[in-house]
Design a protein around this ligand. Structure first.
Ligand code: NDP
Length: 315
């Protein structure tokens, strides 16, 4: 049988390129889990994904009710789930004020981390039951949350502090909207959410790899300077960022190439090691990369897990 892979945020950028790369092999059915149904359908058609290789299902990660509804709908279909790719993200670098998810969490952390945390936890059992040769849970990370790299040291740097804002509910009313309890900064909130993604992947690995046989992985596919992620940035930035990445930092990667990299983490028989943060070198071969001190802090990962469980109603 074909493998079934769910990709969140597959309506543009990396998610769409990955959906295309996997669907093209004819070996995968891609469930595009998207907040905008029509946009996702159009996106699939525009890159030529054929009908029998995908379906679109509604999922808004900025609402925990929507996440639960998505999981219920999926269970109703009674199809095996072999791989989950947590890819969707919002990035609000120029926002002066925070916005909030349906449950009142600051939007970047609410969507990128808490929405995916609940989704991954609820689908763990389904993936565990898969009899497919690859059962994997992949959470897209980023270099920007990794302060052991040049890109990760561009201010404002990611820093979760003692998680006091998160523990307070990130609601901007009786707690800070930022995880570390500081003042709102949209770029930092995104980077913090990516650190959460990488910590979550490792905590999943420690808690569930042995018991379930699931491969847990994260990755940094390169800087895909052309995606919609930068849509809220100032126009001058959007103009200069792609050539800057192409010619100066040389970290630039096309959406197509990044999609192939993530597709590799989904389906390559040689990438079965769990708990790994994958990156690619100049020749486009994958290697196990090191995470920053904070992104590999076990105690923080455990604490993040426990607070997140409470916030999404699992504990
Ligand atoms: P895009 O903005 O192109 O894609 C993000 C996707 O997330 C879109 O499909 C968007 O949906 C979706 N999304 C946003 N909010 C929600 C929500 N509430 N519910 C469901 N879906 C949502 O950005 P990229 O492709 O660049 O980003 C994909 C991943 O890659 C992210 O995890 C990002 O952190 C990561 N990444 C990106 C890098 C880059 O250089 N671009 C580098 C490293 C990592 P819609 O189409 O409806 O807007």
């Amino acid at each position: 049988r074909k493998g079934t892979v769910i990709i969140t945020g597959a309506s543009s950028g990396l998610g769409l390129a990955t959906a295309k790369a996997l669907a093209e092999t004819g070996k995968w059915h891609v469930i595009m889990a998207c907040r905008n149904f029509l946009k996702a359908e159009r996106a699939a058609k525009s890159v030529g994904i054929t009908k029998e290789n995908y379906s679109v299902m509604h999922l808004d990660l900025a609402s925990l009710d929507s996440v639960r509804q998505f999981v219920d709908n999926l269970r109703g279909l009674a199809m095996p789930i072999d791989v989950l790719v947590c890819n969707a993200a919002v990035y609000q670098p120029t926002a002066k004020e925070p916005s909030f998810s349906a449950e009142g969490f600051e939007l970047s952390v609410g969507t990128n981390h808490l929405g995916h945390f609940l989704l991954a936890r609820l689908l763990l059992d389904n993936i565990k039951q898969s009899d497919y040769p690859f059962k994997r849970l992949i959470i897209v990370g980023s270099i920007t949350g990794n302060t052991n790299t040049l890109a990760g040291n561009v201010p404002p740097k990611a820093n979760l502090g003692d998680l006091r804002g998160l523990a307070g509910g990130l609601n901007g009313i009786n707690s800070s909207p930022m995880i570390d309890g500081g003042d709102f900064d949209g770029a930092k909130a995104y980077k913090d959410s990516k650190v959460c993604n990488m910590l979550t992947m490792q905590e999943f690995h420690r808690r569930y790899h042995e018991e379930t046989g699931i491969t847990f992985a994260s990755l940094y596919p390169g800087c895909i300077a052309t995606t919609g992620l930068f849509r809220e940035h100032i126009p001058l930035f959007r103009l200069l960022f792609p050539p800057f990445q192409k010619y100066i930092t040389k970290g630039y990667v096309s959406e197509e190439e990044a999609g192939k990299r993530l597709a590799q983490v989904v389906s390559d028989p040689s990438l079965t090691k769990s708990g790994v943060y994958w990156s690619w070198n100049k020749n486009s071969s994958s290697f196990e990369n090191q995470l920053s001190k904070e992104a590999s802090d076990r105690e923080k990962a455990r604490k993040l897990w426990e607070i997140s469980e409470k916030l999404v109603g699992l504990a």
